[in-house]
Design a protein around this ligand. Structure first.
Ligand SMILES: [Zn+2]
Length: 674
């Protein structure tokens, strides 16, 4: 875990163009007009389309490069940066390769499946082919060559499990470690969860990661040799896919540095391809964008993905495109790639809403990014340890945690790069030595019952007045009752709906003894107590232990409950939380006596006012709101003591309340002596 601030402050728009209008120069000119009209800074052309056979012979590439070079020159002549997206490296999924190009070692998954046309990075003849292909493409004169997100060893059509278990990988593992495994035995051993073989997993994933970083270096060398002015870029998949593929992003980024671009592009990906469910955007940011800065420790030029997939015109409204752009910029990076149109029907703007929105939003986003300089993001979070795959179930669900999504949906800011307070979940407790775990706990921490149980078994927290027992799951939890003495009247003694929408770690039970306090109890259908739901203590550290499984909850009762628990463990040192309304999400950066607050409304309802709970209670000197033209103006707000008796309430009014499916940005200045 590391603290990182935003990677690069300029906001740039990169238009990613699938079809190059071959044989239709007028259509190509319209594409460039579209880029001009949308205030794009760069145009990134795909070298091939998904309809073309992957892995064309070198002769075919040689014939095609002059055409790509003309396209690059046209883009440069319009004052934009030309970029090239090398669409298929290892292979996105099953596709019939070009004739004669099926001679390489296929990628093999743990079950022995071999997706057609997807090849292993350890196959030296394939690596030599790809290196020469990249070298040829580098002659097209692009400012940067980007490797698409098929550069991975997890998740591709035609494979079901982690990859690659081909004879080359199994052989390399045998050679490195003097151990001979069959694919079946190795895969079975890697998956074992009763006592995960961490040492074996670490060695196996190391080999996977090395095979990708090794191929990346070969591609970089080929590009740098052909065009010393070229840079490299890498599109990456969400963290669970990187983790389950054994990737070490730092090693890959290091392998892609060129003299011309010492900080290679790294673009986050991972969904929100349509706007049918607006909150999916929040899930994408939390799951796929936020964790990466916490998992990258070397210089890189971070970039966000804006994508309608599979690229039909008008697939996503301009309203949600704007939200997606904003949330990327306020969370991680000012650079954005746009895959928003369908090349079959051409790059144009049938609604008439998208191009004006792009132009109008740019000064605003630039002001947001500029305000981030020198600031650090803060919030409660699962901290995304780089070796997660050593201790978790090797499945998408098992790999990480849904807690961050849950916290986001409850209006709580988060920061995987500087988790405050940190959230320890399940077996991830085992990633930390006793000393490291003590240091995390000493900051004040949230734990689930499983992580707490593991630490107690290890002999830590034995003095803590919260008891935990393992029990046979049984006695269906029917009710969660709020018993916290400080709960507001509307909540005190009330039951929260459980039904089937809230899940608990029902193999454990928790209980407060003297020195701890139950904030909620879990009852069966007869009203008998099965466990505490949330327990807090300040001995030996400020801790909150949850029986909740971390699945997203979106309701006011649990919003109060979780926020109260966080305030206790953070002893007030916690960024503002949205209180009393749902579907709002805050992002918080601070430094140099001021803070930037990005506030999004994912809901369909407009509010006359909204309240933020500021646990820190630092005296506020001024709050400014960023107007849509990118200028800071006075915000419409009031501050008063929080009803709990500690901290402040910041109440927004009028145009300082984000409209439905929209956002507002604030700059908060504190008194100089604090
Ligand atoms: Zn392989």
């Amino acid at each position: 875990m590391q603290a990182s601030s935003i990677y690069s402050t300029p906001v740039s728009y990169i238009l990613r163009v699938v079809g190059l209008s071959e044989g239709d120069e007028e259509e190509w000119a319209r594409t460039l007009d579209f880029a001009d009209a949308g205030a794009f800074d760069a145009v990134m052309c795909f070298n091939a389309t998904g309809e073309m056979p992957p892995h064309p012979p070198l002769g075919t590439i040689r014939e095609r490069v002059p055409f790509l070079a003309r396209r690059m020159a046209d883009i440069r002549a319009r004052g934009m940066s030309p970029m090239l997206n090398y669409f298929v490296t290892l292979g996105h999924g099953e596709a019939k390769p070009a004739a004669g190009m099926d001679r390489f070692q296929p990628i093999v998954d743990g079950l022995g499946r071999e997706p057609m046309g997807c090849y292993c990075p350890l196959d030296e003849s394939f690596a030599a082919y790809l290196a020469e292909a990249f070298q040829l493409h580098a002659l097209a004169g692009a400012d940067s060559l980007w490797i698409d997100d098929d550069f991975r060893l997890y998740g591709r059509d035609g494979a079901e499990t982690m990859q690659c278990f081909c004879p080359l990988h199994i052989g390399a593992f045998a050679e490195q470690h003097g151990e001979t495994w069959t694919r079946e035995a190795l895969y079975e051993r890697l998956l074992r969860m009763d006592a995960p073989d961490r040492e074996l997993r670490a060695r196996w994933f190391r080999l996977q990661g090395d095979s990708l970083a090794g191929l990346a270096a070969k591609l970089r060398d080929a590009v740098a040799a052909a065009d010393p002015a070229a840079g490299m870029g890498l599109m990456v998949v969400p963290p669970f896919m990187n983790g389950l593929g054994g990737r070490r992003l730092d090693a890959e980024i290091d392998a892609l540095r060129t003299p011309a671009l010492p900080d290679p592009w790294v673009r986050t990906g991972g969904g929100f391809y349509h706007d049918e469910r607006p909150l999916d955007l929040l899930d994408k940011i939390v799951n796929a964008v936020d964790p990466l800065p916490a998992m990258i420790g070397v210089p890189a030029r971070l970039c966000g993905e804006i994508e309608n997939y599979p690229f039909p015109v008008g697939y996503k409204s301009a309203t949600m495109l704007r939200m997606e752009m904003y949330l990327n910029v306020v969370s991680a990076s000012g650079h954005l790639t746009f895959s928003i149109h369908d090349f079959y029907l051409g790059n144009h703007d049938p609604s008439g809403n998208v191009l004006p929105m792009l132009r109008e939003t740019k000064p605003y986003l630039r002001a947001v990014a500029a305000a981030m300089v020198g600031k650090v993001r803060r919030g409660a979070s699962f901290p995304y340890h780089p070796r997660l795959a050593e201790v978790r179930a090797l499945t998408p669900e098992g790999y990480a945690s849904r807690w961050n999504v849950n916290l986001a949906r409850l209006g709580i800011p988060q920061s995987p790069s500087d988790a405050s307070p940190p959230l320890l979940i399940g077996t991830t407790a085992n990633l930390y030595s006793d000393t490291e775990a003590e240091a995390l706990l000493a900051r004040g921490a949230m734990l689930d019952a499983e992580a707490y149980w593991i630490l107690r078994e290890r002999g830590l927290l034995t003095e803590c007045p919260i008891t935990v027992e393992r029990r046979q799951p049984g006695g269906k939890i029917q009710t969660e009752r709020v018993v916290c003495k400080r709960a507001p009247d509307w909540l005190k003694g009330k039951n929260l709906a459980v039904r089937w929408h809230v899940s608990y770690l029902d193999g454990y039970s928790l209980e407060a003894t003297a020195g701890a306090e139950d904030l909620s109890l879990l009852l069966d259908a007869e009203g008998d107590r099965l466990s505490a739901g949330v327990v807090v203590t300040d001995r030996p550290y400020r801790l909150a232990v949850f029986l909740h499984a971390g699945e997203p909850m979106r309701e006011l009762g649990r919003q109060w409950l979780v926020q109260e628990a966080l305030c206790r463990v953070a002893e007030g040192k916690l960024p503002p939380m949205v209180e009393g309304t749902l579907n709002h999400y805050p992002v918080w950066w601070e430094g140099g006596g001021e803070a930037v607050l990005g506030l999004c409304n994912f809901g369909l309802e407009a509010f006359a006012r909204m309240t933020l709970r500021l646990p820190e209670g630092r005296p506020i000197v001024s709050v400014q709101r960023l107007a849509r033209d990118g200028e800071w103006t006075d915000a419409d707000y009031g501050a008063s003591p929080h009803v709990s008796g500690s901290g402040l309430s910041l109440i927004m009014h009028g145009d300082s309340v984000p409209r439905p499916l929209s956002f507002e940005t604030f700059r908060i200045r504190y008194a100089a002596d604090r």
